[in-house]
Ligand binder design. Structure first.
Ligand SMILES: *Cc1c(COP(=O)(O)O)cnc(C)c1O
Length: 405
């Protein structure tokens, strides 16, 4: 007789996205003629760029010409890609990251969910609040989060680091010391980003307390301001306390292609001297058989001069949407954040409405769908997320409709 992993039974249902879907369905049923515009999506809408498509073809056509192309990819990823990443993402920014500290994967979601496996079950996690839901959920699955309290929307063992307009979305250092600290900058959902000085404060804290920082830099390509670090390794001392996770999804539109990577520096060791590098290498080798050659070849093409130009154009396209939403909503009197270093606009709901009340108003009066901030954590209540990933025409139309509310 088998039993199931009881930790999985503690998981909360996907209240957020099923709640959105059912409300949109009801709206469409009663308004069959009105087009619903979604500014709720967390997925790109621009097609893959020509350089990437060409590289994908090249990779397929070269299959079989070289022996390695036919077999399993190396566990850590192909050297041509890891060398390129080390050079272009790190060394060119003055960061000390070696090619063999880069673990190529099928994306940042898997890595950010799986990385907790190498830590003790009794480790205490801290998350910025609101937050990308994968961090907490993957720790719930590992039995690390304690009891869930419906009333406060909090897990008893998780340390929440509120990020609100009150602290300019920059979390304060915690009173209780966490073992694992999740930081996502630029941030999904708040669209804010930590300055070099603010991130350095966390690196110093982690080194001092022997905590580890899991730094999610999935939105690195959207950074427009000088003072925002693109990598945590721009901070002094990060090699002894930080893991960095990156993705090709939001910069190069690989959400359906799948490619990402994680950096685990060899200097990163637990208090009793165990290197995380060898643990993650062992885990990767046992449970992952490598990202496909085709994707890795295309990922490498993203770093070419032409590839970078195309990506900047796409990012520019989305950030023009971000600017339009941000500026227009500001003019309408909304309190608006984000949208400068990230494709997310985070707004305060008017008249102290709850996130869901505002969701209903926006849907019923404007036919526009966004994401209730409370779905990302307790401190997201009374906030609302709009994304810049839509088409220009749709974004313009959505803004016009919001103006007419
Ligand atoms: C979209 C997103 C990811 C997912 O990246 P994939 O590489 O597509 O798995 C990771 N982290 C954050 C914060 C995201 O918003």
């Amino acid at each position: 007789m088998f039993t199931v992993n009881k930790d999985y039974l503690a998981l909360r249902g996907s209240y957020l996205f099923s709640g959105i879907a059912s409300r949109v369905r009801d709206y469409k049923n009663s308004n069959p003629d009105k087009k619903v515009i979604s500014l709720g999506i967390g997925d790109v809408t621009r097609p893959l760029t020509p350089v990437v498509i060409k590289a994908l073809h090249e990779a397929v056509e070269s299959q079989g010409q070289e022996e390695t192309f036919k077999g399993y990819a190396p566990d850590l990823g192909y050297v041509f890609l890891r060398d390129t990443i080390a050079e272009k993402d790190f060394k060119s920014r003055g960061c000390e990251v070696e090619s063999d500290e880069i673990f190529v994967s099928d994306g940042a979601k898997s890595d950010s969910g799986n990385i907790q496996e190498i830590f003790g079950r009794d480790n205490i996690i801290a998350v910025t609040d609101p937050v990308y839901p994968v961090y907490v959920d993957s720790n719930v699955m590992a039995g690390r989060t304690g009891e869930y309290d419906e009333k406060t929307d909090r897990w008893s063992k998780v340390i929440y680091l509120p990020c609100t307009a009150g602290n300019n979305f920059s979390p304060a250092l915690p009173e209780r010391t966490p073992d694992i600290i999740y930081i996502c900058s630029p941030n999904n959902p708040t669209g804010s980003a930590l300055s070099r000085h603010e991130l350095q404060k966390w690196v110093d804290y982690a080194n001092e307390h022997h905590s580890v920082i899991i730094f999610d830099a999935a939105y690195e390509a959207y950074i427009s301001e000088e003072d925002i670090p693109h990598s945590i390794y721009e901070c002094e001392g990060a090699r002894t306390c930080a893991i960095e996770i990156r993705s090709f999804s939001k910069n190069a539109g690989f959400t359906g292609v799948r490619l990402g990577y994680t950096v685990v520096p060899k200097d990163l060791k637990s208090a009793d001297g165990v290197g995380l590098y060898s643990l993650w290498k062992r885990r990767h080798g046992t449970k992952f058989n490598g990202a496909p050659y085709i994707q890795q070849w295309a990922g490498c093409a993203v770093y070419s001069e032409e590839g970078q130009k195309e990506i900047r154009e796409n990012v520019g396209y989305y950030m023009e949407n971000a600017r339009l939403i941000r500026e227009s909503l500001k003019d309408m009197g909304y309190e608006v954040y984000g949208g400068v270093n990230a494709p997310y606009i985070w707004l305060k709901t008017p008249d102290n409405m709850t996130s869901w009340e505002f969701f209903d108003v926006l849907l019923k009066k404007a036919g526009v769908v966004g994401t209730p901030g409370s779905g990302f954590g307790p401190s997201g209540e009374h906030y609302f997320r709009l994304t810049a990933f839509g088409k220009h025409e749709d974004t313009k139309e959505a803004v016009k409709r919001i103006q007419s509310i």
